[in-house]
Design a protein around this ligand. Structure first.
Ligand code: CP
Length: 310
């Protein structure tokens, strides 16, 4: 792997290898790189969990973290994303993590740079590391994907999480259903739409999405209570879910809108577990890119761990 910008073109084998690597990181406290390497986090759009979990993952891998705030950088003087990224590459960054409001811009950047680029969310495009942590969470629950029914519910049209997960889950053999308010359906996604009531009764995973107000360009919105009752996960709908079915949400959550407030931390909810899995998911991606790119050759961490535990 040279970059990590999309789930769409990853094979089943590549995704399963990353899930396995993430599990190995979960089981071991290791710093595999013994060479000084710098990782830069270029966030041109707000983030809490993606940015902080990349930072934790980088520190756990022994990487030096180069932080960046677009509002106090030369972006305010008109510098382009390409020139910003080239600057970090020129001063010695070994890897870039990029979030940007424009679709496909991270993919384009990856084609222009010689160091690995990771997509931390591009507009309505993709959010591949979110998808990987979601897959890890599902795998921890069911130890398989084949035959699982997964409903992705909410603002499909404006969601990069929906796109990455729908493609990756299909690659892994799960059956993906979408459920959305009619004007938030995305007909470019080749997956069947079902009503939320059908989704809760039939699916093993009910994955809710945040309403992406920032991408609605002033569209009128129904009240929170109306949205929850018509399209969201209410207490009554949760009661109709399959016995072992789980609730997921990439967060941040609009409590009481996409999901009833009291369900966010209920027994079925894996929402905070997803965040925890974000650290090892991102460690696995960065580790693979650094190794595959020949940037550093990590010690074999199972051997190293064996040495540490002697
Ligand atoms: N899920 C997610 O991407 O959250 P942040 O926007 O807080 O990074």
């Amino acid at each position: 792997m040279k970059h990590f910008v999309s789930m769409k073109n990853l094979s089943e084998h590549e995704i399963l290898q990353l899930i396995k690597l993430s599990e190995e990181f979960r089981q071991n406290e290791i710093h595999p790189f013994d060479k000084q390497l710098f990782a830069a986090n270029l966030f041109f759009e707000p983030s809490t969990r993606t940015k902080v979990s990349f930072t934790v993952a980088q520190r756990k891998l022994g990487l030096e973290v180069l932080d960046f705030s677009s509002d106090i950088s030369s972006v305010t003087k008109g510098e382009s994303i390409y020139d910003t990224a080239r600057t970090f590459e020129s001063v010695g960054a070994s890897l870039l993590v990029v979030r940007h409001p424009e679709d496909n811009i991270v993919q384009q950047l990856s084609e222009e740079l010689s160091i690995p680029v990771i997509n931390a969310g591009d507009g309505k495009g993709e959010h591949p590391t979110q998808s990987l942590l979601d897959l890890i969470t599902i795998h921890q629950e069911y130890q398989k994907f084949n035959g699982l029914k997964v409903a992705i519910v909410g603002d499909i049209k404006h969601s990069r999480v929906a796109r990455s997960n729908a493609y990756a889950l299909t690659t892994l053999g799960a059956k993906v259903f979408l459920s959305s308010k009619p004007d938030w359906q995305d007909e470019t996604l080749p997956f069947p739409y079902i009503e939320i009531d059908e989704a809760v009764e039939q699916c093993d995973v009910v994955m809710l999405l945040r309403i992406q107000h920032e991408r609605h360009q002033g569209q009128a919105m129904m009240t929170s209570e109306d949205y929850l009752q018509r399209y969201g996960l209410t207490i009554e709908r949760e009661k109709r879910m399959k016995q072992n079915a789980i609730i997921m949400h990439p967060a941040p959550v609009n409590r009481g809108v996409e999901i009833d407030d009291s369900l966010v931390e209920c027994d079925r909810s894996r929402i905070f577990k997803q965040m925890t899995n974000g650290v090892t998911a991102r460690m696995a991606v960065m580790y693979r890119l650094i190794q595959d790119g020949g940037i550093a050759h990590a010690n074999d961490f199972s051997q190293r761990n064996a040495v540490n535990s002697r």
